[in-house]
Structure formats: structure tokens, C-alpha cells
Write a new protein. Structure first.
Length: 466
């Protein structure tokens, strides 16, 4: 497999066939709005969409530092699925039934995104093949069975557990010993979705200013180098780039994730692999992978490379270390040996937001008018939509236009968590955690034991994931 001609960076592969967009006009100076949204990714655009649909006369301004979809919304793996970060913790804090309601809301969110995309004529290459997660080792199989049982307990009665033969009949993943599949998932093209959303909200009358970095958010104020937007509600929708805002360096950790995309694969390779259902594909490793079969018959596959940059740094163009590209290529070939001769056309990286307790949250501070949503820990393609509808309901409740709703009563609303440790402890902790996970995965690959490697369990506890 050759990586000599691989395009490295350039934001992401998803822009390769569409080109980097020309930025909209920056903020021309001081102005006012009813609602100011900071961040032009999925969270910000979905929030603008639902607010404008609910109250068409609202004056809504979106401020974006680069261009809509520059961050995780334009770089992710294209998994529209029902996972949400922190559900198990919310069950402990608020009870099992509250977490079941949260999970049901996520199941319905997959349907909602598909519905809106069709209604608004957004062609995002959406294919509803569900989500297939595979196990390779006895330890992974034990975790997979436990995971399957837990998901059933949270209401996913339509989830299916498959053995080795059934798994390979769906997707011929070399060495797979079992899998679990849920219908609550779809593959999509991330950039087609985010650009379609941006065009849709503009057509509704929302103002979007790009090339306008917000340097500081205060009650009723969003400050930029070009002027200040004053609004009763200012919503922070910046996910992995939150650390760039004044006073937010330790709020959410910008975790790095990397991806590769192959050339379009010939029919002979697909005859070997299968994957005709075009399920999104993941595994049960501690340093897990995620993949999709794209609309033009490539494999786009991702995982952790360098997980974190010192000082909560974020990249500019998505460039990825050659060692990470090689590691992802090796993982691809281990899963699918038939791809051994395929060219890697693109490699890129991006950041996702990770709270200290790994729980996604949505909040509106009614005393200040400041709101925020995020900390999706990689599950944001669908979760952003639920967050946006929840922010809409919270604002309508606060402004007296409606009362509490089912969404405002979900357990992730108003959740508070402590900040990340200062440097260098933050950098040491994250890199140590992923070193432990990779070591645990290596041992599990050669071990006949069905139990999770003890080092991974310790890493989970130290990280705050369990």
C-alpha cells in the first residue's frame, strides 16, 4: 500500500471533492442580535435552524472563526448514530429511567436528522445501514457481550448480537469473533451536511459571519477583533476549539483524532469484504477505530494518533504525523487484507471536546443568558442535533414562550463538571492514559483471557470514564 501520493491535511478528505469554501464576509463592526451563536459547526447551525423555525422573526447571528465546518463538523467519520457520552454516569446520578429517556431521545435524533435533511433537500450521502461493532479477541468479545446487554437494558430491544460467521457474512473483518448491530445509525458525508445546513439557515434569514474569531464571551457580549455582538443570549458552540476562548483553557480538553481515506476500491475487493449494507463500523478495542464505506466506495477509517497537544493546542489544517498514517494503514490492512495494495488518498486530523468526566452537556444560565452545548467525546454528529433542540427549548422557556419540555428535563441539562488539571499534568495524564490503552490492546491480542486487561481498567478509573 502506497502513502507517497497521500494528501496530508488540507482540512479533511471530505473537502477534496468539493474544495475549501470561500469564507463569508466577516463581522463589519459592532452590532446587536436577539441571539448570538459562537461557532459555525453542527451545534451552532442546528441551533440556529431550530430557533429560526420556531420563531421566524428572531434576529440570529452566527460567528465562525474560519468557515462553517472547519472544525470537527467537517472532519469527523460520518457516523450519525445514537451514542451519547456520559449516559452511564447520568444513570448513576439521576437514576436508570432518566438515562433511558436520554437514550430514547438519541435514538429518535437519528431519525430527526434524516428527516430534516430530506425535508430541506440536503444531499449528505445518508445511508441507513446501522452500526456494527466487532470484537477480535476473547477480552473484546466479553466486553462486547456486556455492552450488548447494557444497551438492551437501556431500551435498545432491536439490537442484535452476532457470532463470528454471521458477522463475516455482513462485513468480512479478518479475525472477528462476534459483533453487535443496532439499526439506530447511518453513514453520511460530514461536509455535505454542514454546508447544506449553513445554506439552509441563511435562506431562513440567519446571518453568518465567517473569518470572525470570538476572543471572549461575556454576558450579553461576544467580542471579536472586528467588533462586538450584543445579544440577550450568547451561545457557545465551539466544541474542541473551546480552549481558544479566554478563560476556557481547561473547560474541555481538545482530543485529537486522525483519519485516512483509501482510493475508490474495485469490485473485486468489495466482493471479498462484503459490506453491502454500508454499516458504520467500529470495534471494542480500548483505543478504538471507526470506519465507513463511502458513497464512492472508499474506506474512511479513523482512530487516535497523537491524542493531545500540550496546552490544549489545536491544529490548523489537519496535517497528520506520518507514523499515525502508517498505523492507521496497518489497522486497515489487518481488518481487510484485500486492501493491502490500495492507495491511501488522504490523511487528516481534528479535535473533539472532552469534559473531565467524559459527559456531554447542554446548559442555559438563566441569570446571564449564556448557554453552551458540547463535550460530545466523538459522538457529535447526532448529539449536536439533540443539543440544538434542547437549547431552543431552554431559550423559549426562559423567554416565557413555552414551559418545560421533555428535552429540558433530560439528565444532561445543566450538568456541571470540574475543570481539567493544569499543565503539565493534563498532557502527562492524557498521553499516559492512551499509552496504557494501546498496551492493553496489544496484550489482549495475544492473550486467551476473556477479561479486560487490568491496566485498561486502571486507566478508565484515572481518566474519569468509569
Amino acid at each position: 500500500m502506497s502513502t507517497v501520493s497521500t494528501v496530508n491535511g488540507g482540512i479533511s478528505f471530505w473537502y477534496a471533492d468539493r474544495g475549501t469554501p470561500l469564507a463569508r464576509e466577516p463581522l463589519p463592526g459592532d452590532t446587536t442580535a436577539d441571539i448570538c451563536i459562537v461557532g459555525g459547526g453542527y451545534t451552532g447551525l442546528w441551533t440556529a435552524y431550530y430557533l429560526k423555525k420556531a420563531v421566524p422573526f428572531l434576529n440570529i447571528t452566527v460567528l465562525e472563526a474560519k468557515f462553517c465546518g472547519y472544525g470537527a463538523s467537517g472532519r469527523n467519520g460520518g457516523w450519525l448514530y445514537n451514542g451519547i457520552a456520559g449516559r452511564d454516569r447520568y444513570a448513576k446520578l439521576h437514576g436508570h429511567e432518566a438515562a433511558v429517556r436520554l437514550q430514547q431521545a438519541m435514538n429518535e435524533t437519528v431519525d430527526e436528522v434524516v428527516r430534516v435533511a430530506a425535508e430541506e433537500n440536503i444531499d449528505a450521502d445518508i445511508h441507513r445501514g446501522g452500526v456494527l461493532e466487532v470484537a477480535h479477541t476473547p477480552a473484546q468479545l466479553a466486553r462486547l457481550k456486556d455492552f450488548h446487554s447494557v444497551e438492551i437494558a437501556f431500551g435498545e430491544t432491536d439490537r442484535v448480537l452476532r457470532g463470528a460467521r454471521e458477522t463475516c457474512e455482513r462485513v468480512n473483518v479478518t479475525g472477528a469473533v462476534g459483533s453487535t448491530w443496532t439499526p439506530h445509525g447511518a453513514r453520511l458525508h460530514p461536509v455535505k451536511l454542514v454546508q447544506g445546513l449553513a445554506a439552509t439557515v441563511e435562506a431562513l434569514g440567519v446571518t453568518i459571519h465567517e473569518s470572525t474569531p470570538v476572543t471572549e464571551i461575556k454576558p450579553k457580549h461576544a467580542h471579536t477583533p472586528y467588533g462586538t455582538v450584543r445579544a440577550p443570549y450568547v451561545l457557545r458552540c465551539t466544541e474542541g476549539f473551546t480552549a481558544n476562548l479566554k478563560g476556557q483553557r481547561r473547560t474541555w480538553l481538545p482530543m485529537n483524532s486522525s483519519m485516512i481515506a483509501t482510493e475508490p476500491l474495485p469490485r473485486s475487493v468489495w466482493d471479498t469484504i462484503g459490506w453491502d449494507g454500508r454499516e458504520t463500523l467500529g470495534d471494542m478495542a480500548h483505543a478504538y477505530m471507526y470506519a465507513q464505506r463511502t458513497a464512492d466506495d472508499r474506506i474512511a477509517l479513523g482512530g487516535r494518533g497523537v491524542p493531545y497537544r500540550f496546552g490544549s493546542g489545536t491544529d490548523n489544517d489537519g496535517r497528520t504525523r506520518p507514523a499515525t498514517v502508517e498505523a492507521l494503514r496497518d489497522l486497515l490492512v489487518r481488518f481487510f487484507p484485500a486492501t493491502a495494495g490500495a492507495r491511501i488518498d488522504h490523511a487528516w486530523s481534528g479535535v473533539l471536546g472532552v469534559p473531565r468526566d467524559w459527559c456531554a452537556t447542554v446548559t442555559l444560565d438563566r441569570s446571564t443568558g449564556l448557554g453552551w452545548a458540547g463535550g460530545y467525546v466523538g459522538s457529535g454528529v447526532a448529539t449536536t442535533n439533540l443539543a440544538a433542540r434542547t437549547l431552543r427549548d431552554l431559550i423559549q422557556q426562559d423567554s416565557g414562550q413555552s414551559g418545560p419540555t421533555e428535552l429540558t428535563a433530560l439528565p444532561w441539562v445543566g450538568h456541571k463538571v470540574r475543570r481539567w488539571e493544569p499543565e503539565p499534568f493534563r498532557w502527562l495524564g492524557v498521553h499516559g492514559m492512551y499509552a496504557a490503552y494501546r498496551a492493553a490492546d496489544r496484550r489482549e491480542l495475544t492473550s486467551p483471557r476473556a477479561g479486560t486487561d487490568p491496566v485498561a481498567k486502571v486507566a478508565d478509573r484515572l481518566a474519569g470514564r468509569h
